[in-house]
Design a protein around this ligand. Structure first.
Ligand code: GRF
Length: 199
């Protein structure tokens, strides 16, 4: 049986779609069993419907406590038989019960070369604005694991992307995302086929 991925997203879901396409076009030996979104308005929901991928909204604010939300996440990931949990622009912090239940099997893509330009508040265009403000000539992507010790997630792979003169955060974000839509599925393929291992 092919490994099962469950993707978690909060935004446009372009990486989610790239992963589904890679799976369906024979570039990724895994199936996408479902999409979890943190807010019902995420554009990713539309993509999931169009692609025929089951989707569920698990919004923290719809649960009485964070622990209940965390339990619902674990239950859903188990129901969808997730072998890997793939974060793709997912903006909620993963809860401790999910981290424990899927320890070493949760991966994320960050749009910069970690450890630079990571940490609290570093998401979306803020990352790219910070890269430009720092005068960097190069940025990129980092695919890494998430575990109980957030900041010590293991770096699985990085790709480099040039910063060009005249770039604003939007232009740089687009260049990085274009690379990410190829690179993230490639790294997932290496992961599910055991060519890269964790820890
Ligand atoms: C990606 O650049 C990813 O690295 C970051 O959020 C962005 C999500 O974009 N964590 P999309 O929703 O996949 O289009």
């Amino acid at each position: 049986m092919r490994p099962q991925l469950v993707v978690c997203a909060s935004g446009s879901g372009s990486n989610f779609e790239a992963i589904v396409r890679a799976s369906r076009e024979g570039r990724l030996d895994a199936d996408v069993g479902g999409l979890v979104v943190s807010r019902a308005e995420a554009l990713a929901v539309e993509r999931a419907r169009r692609l025929g991928v089951p989707v569920v909204t698990l919004a923290v604010r719809e649960f009485a406590t964070r622990a209940e939300w965390d339990d619902a996440m674990v239950a859903r990931l188990r129901e969808w038989r997730a072998d890997w949990v793939v974060l793709a622009g997912y903006l909620s912090l993963i809860g401790p019960r999910t981290l424990h239940a899927f320890s070493g099997r949760i991966v994320n893509s960050h749009p910069a070369l970690l450890p630079k330009f990571g940490g609290a508040g570093m998401y979306g265009d803020r990352v790219h604005a910070a890269v430009i403000a720092a005068g960097e000539r190069e940025t990129g992507l980092t695919v890494h694991t998430i575990d109980e010790e957030y900041d010590r997630g293991h770096v699985l792979a990085q790709a480099r992307v040039p910063v060009e003169s005249g770039d604003d955060a939007r232009a740089l974000a687009e260049r990085v995302k274009a690379r990410e839509r190829e690179f993230y599925p490639e790294v997932l393929q290496q992961l599910v086929t055991g060519r890269i291992t964790i820890g």
